[in-house]
Ligand binder design. Structure first.
Ligand code: ACO
Length: 422
């Protein structure tokens, strides 16, 4: 028996029955009932804004899959570039396709000299790297006027390649500028994460520990996509106006910059540093519960009402990294916080568990990244997720320019009173 929902308008007695498919029913039912009737859904809590076949997320059971593949398997067996191919194309590449994809990405890592000399060098000396990254993404689009041709598949593919290849270069450039270090050009003989780490830290020959290179790749895989999060929604909303992908990605990166989204990993390390010692954890938790202090950063999620599966993998990766770097002294505070929160009814009742950001910052810090780079590290791999959604959006015949309505709560019409009469 097909599932349906029947909505009755008690004002008119009109009734409409529509099918429920995969737990979703079309809002057009409301339009059919009465075109001037709207659904009030701030923050889109109950709204499926699009159809998507990229990422599956079951928040109740802590499940995350890219194109059907469990995140746990991809994180342990795949690479970021293979995952990027999967997200964009829907299927895993064969050996020849993967080799070609890697070759193409590594041949687009360089950025125009004017980006560095004229644009990035113009930032204030203490500019935040994420602010630099956001604006560099938008500026990059001005170097490729063919990006405007979003109806041409060849052009779209080229911009996608450019964006994936150049984000590590932009990210390392933002860091080196903020640290007053000379720019390091990409080395196309290295792996994707290896090239990024080399551009970040290069002093002499390439000497990054392969375990750190792998950890970076795992973190890139885990952050590659996460269905309709705030940043991806920004990408889709701006992309729906047919803006070019650089401008749309800059909007997505701006959303990611916020402390309630990608900025949370930065906030976690600042919070752990402020707590200072495990003995201070109980008092901190009480402050959070009393609403006096901040929230417990790195905890809670709009969709996960269970352990974020990425947090489980990241926690394990943290120990792999600490084997090379030595333990991050903030780890003990994080473990104590997690233990305390997970046994406290406040957090248990609200289904608040560690999210992806709770342990990632500790890894980044142990690897030597300054706190201000954390969100940039998130943005590099998330670029592929944004682009996969952008591609999907443009191919979706149901999509139009994003244009929600509002519930107007302002004053009714009134006559303007000239200043002299007020
Ligand atoms: N610490 C303390 N209390 C919390 C937390 C937290 N981290 N998160 C939610 N709550 C409480 C809220 O106060 C609220 O309690 P109430 O019902 O008594 O008022 C309840 O849990 C529900 O919270 P909402 O804000 O309604 O949940 P929402 O789904 O809107 O927020 C969010 C999700 C923004 C992630 C939130 O949990 C949060 O602020 N977490 C901390 C920031 C963070 O870690 N962000 C990263 C998210 S992952 C990512 O973006 C990659």
């Amino acid at each position: 028996m097909p599932e349906t929902i029947t909505i009755t308008d008690d004002r008119t007695g009109k009734q409409i029955t529509v099918p429920i498919t995969d737990g979703v029913f079309p809002a057009s039912a409301v339009r059919e009932l009465d075109p001037s009737l709207y659904i009030y859904d701030p923050a889109y809590m109950q709204t499926a804004a699009c159809k998507s076949s990229i990422t599956y997320l079951d928040g109740e059971n802590g499940i995350l899959r890219y194109r059907g593949y469990p995140i746990e398997q991809l994180a342990s067996k795949s690479t970021y570039l293979e995952v990027a191919y999967l997200l964009l194309n829907g299927e895993l590449p064969d050996a020849a396709q993967l080799a070609m994809w890697k070759h193409e990405v590594t041949n687009h890592t360089y950025i125009h000299e004017n980006m560095r000399k004229r644009f990035v060098d113009g930032f204030h000396y203490d500019a935040h790297p994420m602010g630099m990254f956001v604006s560099s993404l938008a500026a990059l689009g001005t170097f490729y006027n063919d990006a405007k041709d979003i109806d041409d598949k060849a052009s779209r593919d080229k911009q996608i390649l450019r964006l994936i290849a150049k984000t590590p270069t932009l990210a390392s450039m933002a860091y080196r500028f903020s640290a007053g270090l000379p720019f390091v050009y990409p080395d196309n003989d290295l792996s994707f994460p290896g090239n990024f780490l080399n551009m970040m830290w290069k002093i002499g020959e390439y000497n990054i520990d392969p375990r750190l290179e792998r950890a970076m790749d795992v973190l890139f895989i885990l952050h590659a996509d996460h269905e309709q999060n705030c940043g991806t929604t920004a990408m889709r909303v701006v992309g729906s106006s047919h803006a070019d992908p650089y401008t749309s990605a800059a909007a997505a990166a701006s959303a990611l910059y916020g402390p309630l989204h990608g900025g949370a990993n930065e906030a976690v390390v600042r919070m752990l540093t402020d707590i200072g010692h495990i003995d201070n954890v109980p008092a901190f938790i009480e402050e959070v519960k009393g609403g006096k202090g901040s929230r417990l950063m790195g905890f809670g999620h709009r969709v996960y009402k269970n352990y974020d599966p990425r947090a489980t993998i990241i926690k394990k990766t943290a120990y792999d990294v600490f084997e090379v770097t030595g333990k991050n002294p903030l780890l003990d505070i994080a473990l104590k916080l997690e233990e305390t929160a997970l046994s406290d009814p406040y957090f248990v009742d609200r289904k608040l568990y560690p999210n992806v950001d709770f342990y990632s910052g500790l890894i980044y810090q142990a690897m030597g990244f300054p706190v201000s780079m954390f969100t940039v590290l998130f943005a590099i791999p998330r670029t592929v997720g944004w682009l996969a959604h952008w591609q999907e959006l443009l191919a979706d015949k149901d999509q139009k320019i994003s244009r929600p309505r509002q519930w107007y709560t302002g004053v009714e019409a009134r006559d303007y009173i000239p200043m002299t009469s007020r």
